[in-house]
Design a binder for this molecule. Structure first.
Ligand code: ADP
Ligand code: MG
Length: 227
């Protein structure tokens, strides 16, 4: 099993109140699987994705990725893990406005010192081709549509060749036609690159195309379906 979430709970404390964001979550995802995490706003999707991406730590439980319990890593090890293994895609795209498409996509690879400038350029160009943005390489994000911006963010996530792509509501700021195109693109890339995709959405309409759907409600896995 590529990803194994084992009895994970997470509580947030806000002054006197405590919020049980995740309650005893168990989930297994095979290598190369494309999984949608579906749930209403506040159900715990972002909390779960952040834990899997080692951006946050659970109160209890273990999260095994490629036979490593990432909960037990120290901060330096987590940062190496994120740089090497995980690509993140966010709802709000999170592109740098002063950088053009190519530069935005190349940026995370500059952290990975193993790569030569030529390798960085080749990987960035391959990712740009994979998302169909060859004609927009020199554009800054302001001059792109929402769907194009999310393509840049997906290319940026892919360029480091991560084994895991985490996408937190990547379609929430897009119209429904563009949202469908982005889901289709992610599924094509999932098959082409054989990386494992875990993405969240609160949009039930997007689920028809996805082979595995995991529902979350009130911080608990409610049910699962496969087709
Ligand atoms: P979703 O992404 O499904 O909308 P979240 O994981 O963001 O859900 O939130 C789950 C619950 O945890 C919500 O009740 C939310 O208000 C709470 N929560 C999330 N992050 C924090 C935080 N940093 N501090 C306090 N409460 C939080
Ligand atoms: Mg969220």
């Amino acid at each position: 099993m590529y990803l194994k979430i084992n009895q994970v709970s997470k509580t947030y404390h806000l002054g006197e109140t405590t919020v049980a964001a995740l309650r005893n979550v168990n989930l297994e995802i095979a290598k190369g699987e494309f999984t949608a995490l579906v749930g209403a706003s506040g159900s715990g999707k972002t909390t779960l994705l952040n834990l899997v991406g080692t951006l946050d730590t659970p109160d209890v439980g273990s999260i095994w990725i490629d036979d490593v319990d990432v909960v037990k890593l120290n901060e330096d090890q987590k940062s190496v893990f994120r740089n090497r293994k995980v690509g993140f895609v966010f709802q709000s795209f999170n592109l740098l406005p002063v950088l053009n498409v190519f530069e935005n996509i190349e940026l995370p690879m500059t952290v990975n010192s193993d790569l030569t400038p030529e390798e960085r350029r080749d990987r960035a160009m391959q990712a740009i081709k994979d998302v169909g943005l060859e004609d927009f390489i020199a554009h800054v994000p302001d001059r792109l549509s929402g769907g194009q911006r999310q393509r840049v963010a997906i290319a940026r996530a892919l360029a480091t060749n991560p084994s895991l792509i985490i996408a937190d509501e990547p379609t929430a700021n897009l119209d429904s036609k563009t949202a469908h195109m982005i889901i289709d693109l992610m599924q094509n890339l999932n098959q082409k690159r054989n990386s494992t995709f875990l993405f969240s959405t609160h949009d039930e309409k997007l689920m028809s195309r996805v082979s595995r759907v995991v529902r979350i409600a009130d911080g608990m896995i409610a049910d699962e379906s496969r087709k």
